[in-house]
Design a protein around this ligand. Structure first.
Ligand code: PAF
Length: 283
């Protein structure tokens, strides 16, 4: 596995592979890799000739009071996981490589950034869109692999790649969960033992809503109430938002339709958890 730390090394490699018609896959990450990332890497490995994983804790996507400085950084174990999974290139740029002095550009995916995570984390999605646009122009992947857990991010990145003709498409891979249903996230390690015990309540709320849809409930306000009531059984949990949305526009729906997505975010103390479930056609 090659490890590139500079834009120059990364672009030289991707340009030479591009000339040979090699299909490059990209798994963009902020490191602290877990089984969810491993699943992304395995899916990517099977569908691409050459696989790049990027590790970069991207400052602009963190708000002023967010966890940039304490975000877990574990280069050695991340590199070990990538090597074991057959990754070809680990791209680990420094902040100065990605944002050299004078850097002044930011990319905004307007309508898709407004709601949900965008409303609670101002500037977050501009940070995500800017770094993903940069990574795609450096790595030149044909496919970028993203996890369903960050549903809004995946929808937004898909739009971004299409709008800017970046030459890549998005493959969204299913959320990987702990045995009790909690979606894996590098931030789960911030949870205290009591918060960790409470955390599966978000998924339980989403499952309760999904069961109601299967039973024939179609009113989005009833579905949202079912999620809220289930989450209210856990005294540590504070709801940030719960919604039934169109999976492409992320606009709220008044009635549940095939393919709708249930989105939720809760807070346990200072830790935010997000999760989602798709309502498939057979429900
Ligand atoms: O999901 C993440 O880890 C990040 O938002 C991403 C896509 C790597 C951009 O920094």
């Amino acid at each position: 596995m090659r490890i590139f730390r500079t834009v120059r090394a990364m672009t030289a490699w991707s340009a030479s592979l591009h000339r040979e018609g090699v299909v490059i896959g990209l798994v963009p990450t902020m490191g602290a890799l877990h089984a969810g990332h491993r699943a992304l890497i395995r899916t990517a490995r099977l569908s691409c000739d050459a696989l790049v994983v990027s590790l970069f804790v991207n400052p602009p996507q963190f708000g002023l009071r967010e966890d940039f400085s304490r975000y877990p950084r574990r280069f050695r174990s991340d590199a070990g996981l990538c090597r074991a999974e057959g990754v070809d290139v680990l791209f680990v740029p420094t902040g100065d490589e990605m944002y050299p002095p004078g850097f002044a550009t930011s990319v905004a995916v307007q309508s898709l950034s407004r709601r949900w995570e965008g409303a609670r984390r101002p500037g977050h999605f501009e940070g995500v869109a800017t770094i993903v646009a940069k990574l795609c122009s450096l790595v030149r992947p044909e496919i970028a692999f993203l996890g369903q857990k960050d549903f809004q991010q995946a929808v937004l990145v898909r739009r971004l790649l299409e709008d800017l003709n970046l030459g890549a498409r998005v493959v969204v891979c299913p959320t990987v969960r702990d045995d009790d249903g909690l979606a894996l996230s590098s931030r789960n390690q911030y949870l205290t033992p009591a918060q960790r015990r409470a955390a599966p309540v978000l998924y339980a709320g989403l499952k309760a809503a999904q069961a109601a849809v299967r039973a024939g409930v179609r009113s989005a306000s009833r579905i949202t109430r079912i999620m809220r009531d289930r989450i209210a059984t856990e005294p540590l949990a504070r709801v940030e938002y719960l919604s039934v949305c169109d999976p492409h526009t992320l606009e709220p729906l008044s009635r549940v339709t095939r393919g709708a997505v249930l989105l939720g975010a809760i807070r346990l103390g200072r830790v935010r958890l997000i999760d989602n479930l798709l309502i498939r056609g057979d429900q």
